[in-house]
Design a binder for this molecule. Structure first.
Ligand code: FES
Length: 157
């Protein structure tokens, strides 16, 4: 899909920059923003490449490198950390055989750490794309991954 099609419902004003960047990233099957995307947004919003680049670098949800279809963001803020003591992230690493900021060989999952995801009372917490998962443990995570893999497999049939 052409960039113009992706963002046509957004007026070319700077207040729309975050929404436009989100749309472009979500429409890239590899879940990231290219240099061409940033240049295009700068031109569309009549601003500089460096101001767009600065926004992309500031917000951790944006990536400048290819990622999996499902981006797992594990909360690494103090409360989740205290409740969980890194067991969640270790379990994910083991189950997917990847480290932080890495992507599985099948390009399905990428693993990132995140600041507070806003659900501290239900720690430990992670997000996969836009969905929040709370009160996690190893078996819940295993079920979540199995369910995603199975859905993806069914889509291919
Ligand atoms: S500290 Fe983890 S969600 Fe807030």
């Amino acid at each position: 899909m052409d960039r113009n099609d992706v963002v046509k419902r957004y007026e070319p004003v700077k207040d729309n920059m975050l929404n436009i960047l989100h749309e472009l990233q979500n429409n890239n099957p590899s879940n990231y923003l290219t240099t061409e995307d940033l240049k295009w947004v700068a031109e569309y919003l009549n601003t500089t490449y460096s101001s767009v680049y600065g926004v992309v670098r500031y917000y951790s949800m944006f990536s400048l490198k290819p990622r999996g279809k499902f981006v797992i963001r594990v909360c690494n803020s103090p409360l989740c950390h205290m409740v969980d003591d890194d067991k969640l992230i270790q379990s994910i690493k083991n189950q997917l055989s990847i480290g932080l900021d890495e992507t599985t060989d099948d390009s399905l999952f990428s693993l990132e750490s995140s600041e507070c995801l806003g659900h501290c009372a239900e720690a430990p917490v992670m997000m996969i794309n836009d969905k929040v998962y709370k009160n996690l443990n190893s078996s819940k995570i295993e079920n979540i991954f199995q369910s995603i893999r199975s859905n993806e497999k069914n889509k291919k049939l």
